[in-house]
Write a protein that binds this ligand. Sequence first.
Ligand code: IPE
Ligand code: IPE
Ligand code: MG
Length: 245
Amino acid sequence: MPSLLKPDYPRIPAHVGIIMDGNGRWARRKNQTRTQGHLEGLNTAKRIVKTASDMGISFLTLYVFSTENWKRTAEEVGFIMGLVKRYLAAEMDFYRKNRIRIRHTGAAEGLPPEIAREIQAACEETKVFEGLQVILALNYGGRDEIVRAVRRILGTPEATETAGFSSRISEELIRQNLDNPDVPDPDLIIRTGGEYRISNFLLWEGAYAEYYFSDRLWPDWTEEDFAAAIRNFAERDRRFGDVKK
Ligand code: IPE
Ligand code: IPE
Ligand code: MG
């Protein structure tokens, strides 16, 4: 008997990325503040983490805060950062129980030090867990990640000492210098909230992702919406530039 969480379709994506968008509009529609929207968005994130874990998905990257989101008011930015901090502390028992590993992608240097410390601590504490890996994209920009990868490459002794080094620059070398080189590329990237754009999310890694757009605002997202996206993914024909044999 197929169920929502143990669907009988053949292909579950190993790695799902989510652009969790629409918190502000959700709040406006309810005559609430944007911060209220972020609070509701956090509840959705918790629901979807649980669902992904129950489904047996291996990696879930959540777009929490982009390198462009610093343009927002200090109040909103501060609220989101505070939410991240509270969330990490409050959910530790849940991670332990479900063997969920927390990771980070993005520029840790640009984060408020106490948030960076909190994330570092959560990553450290959960690094032995072999269940779902939740990758928090925080102060994340796809372009920034590539720039930082190139800087890492240029910082190696090989780059400064070896003649003809530039010919060794390859896709593989860049990939190895991204934030989490062991994490496979996303199979499926979901964007909620009705916008059809990437907004600087996983530019390199998403080269061959399947995209799924939902008009529903993130705070309204449910387990069923997530399951529908996974079912939709199972029907896609991924060719990777090849032709069908
Ligand atoms: C997504 O919701 C959360 C973040 C970008 C931090 P928004 O805050 O972008 O919500 P809308 O797009 O204004 O509705
Ligand atoms: C993308 O949403 C970033 C996150 C969800 C964290 P935005 O709301 O910032 O994207 P734009 O501004 O609509 O492109
Ligand atoms: Mg938005």
